[in-house]
Design a protein around this ligand. Sequence first.
Ligand code: PEP
Ligand code: MG
Length: 514
Amino acid sequence: MSERVLVGAGVGTGVSIAPAFIYRSERYVPWDSEAKGSTRGLLAIRAALADVAKEIEEARAETDDESADILDALKLVLEDQSLMESIKVRLADGANSQRAVMGAFKLAAEALAQLGEYFAERSNDITELGERVIDKLTGKEDLIWPTDPFVLVTDNLGPLEMVKLHKSSIVGLVSSLGSPTSHTSILARGMNLPTVVSVSGTEFIQSGEQLIVDSSSGQVLVRPDQLELDQYSKAAQDSKPELGLSIEELNLPVKLYANLGSSSEVDAALAFGAQGVGLFRTELLFLGEKTAPSLDTQVLEYSRLLEQFPDQVVIVRVLDLDTDKPLPFLKLTEKGKYANRGFQALLSNPEALITQLTALSLASKKYPSAKLWVMAPMVSTAEQAVEFVSMANQLGLETVGVMIEVPEVCEPDVLERIVEAVDFLSIGTNDLTQYTLNHDRMDSPLPVSEVRSPEVLKLIERVSRACVKAGKPIGICGEAASDLVSAKLFIEYGVTSLSASPALLPSLARALRL
Ligand code: PEP
Ligand code: MG
């Protein structure tokens, strides 16, 4: 398996594979030595504004309609008379040209930010526009991009920087900040550039390391293994949304569901023919935040998801906290194996769990035709499974299950009690493999094929057959679900669904058709 899988919000549908090129945007206000408020300063500013406007015009000629609208709006800002007046006032007050430009753009950005949340995002574009004008003024050299295909890994990228990349060999974009609805993301979608924004852990990526950017699932695989490279290379080549293939129409022995990390990936899931969602990881709502996401924020996100899947199963997993990514607003405990992961970590933070389950219940009431199933990760005893089901039921959630990710819950007597308590089970093969083989997946990567070690397969078979006997659905949602050899074995054991990155579903469907 890849060394690390980083998660974020995917933009668009594609997959790209290339080495990382790291670019951290620097934000600073340079000084020049020119005399206060000189006419020379004003002329230079006019020339810099015109240069940036020309760059935008050039980029506009090569974009789609939506991107062109964004670029037109940016150009209008550059030509705005009140902006020029604001610059002149500052020059007359004695500011040098950089300060005058920075001050005027800052004022314009602040005015926009005050109009509310949507405009706040746009106001960053104006700040970036000012920085670009200053770059021109100071003659700061443009970066030299690699000539070979590369994935740009950055903290943040404004729309103008995005535009400059148009002619480079960029094939994918990963940023630690940003949102799927920002102008940069819209431009990236217009360029058909596989993009994942709001990614935690980009600091772990080294320049030149091989990356797979899977915008359909919001995942970035760092140093993938050969199996992953083969799967995703195929997906990158042939799994464009215009597949001419309806998974629904193929005669498949199991349901094929999508693994998603945010509602921004729903379009990709639908385009690739997902028959539902087998794993909606909710970590992204929490990661990188200083305070817990509010009930309203969560209801909105879950509603966006459920709205798009009428009559289909959508399995949402409650927060899977990992000590790798501690959150400032959640308590950690030191006691017990798996104490700071998944359901056990939530038990130490009951208010977070109750808010999340309440939000899911409210979203489900808004979109009752989607079949919402809710599950808890890293459950390690039968008592925990019983407790989770009871909490979720009390909060109005009807279909409740747990993930099988640790060997302890595969012990026959524990398993029997769990199967009896839940409505469905889902096997997380990534964790089940590492914990069964006693191999830390953070320390060194484990090939996906290790799931076929006899010790692990024995557990998967036992869990699957127990569910079949009880007439309860059993899914596989770890990476092994998309490994064809493993998938066929799981189907023999009786699993009812396989869940994988949307981009991998078409090739899996073709291979599994009866
Ligand atoms: C798994 O462990 O297989 C799984 C799906 O969970 P995650 O990869 O999010 O830990
Ligand atoms: Mg897991």
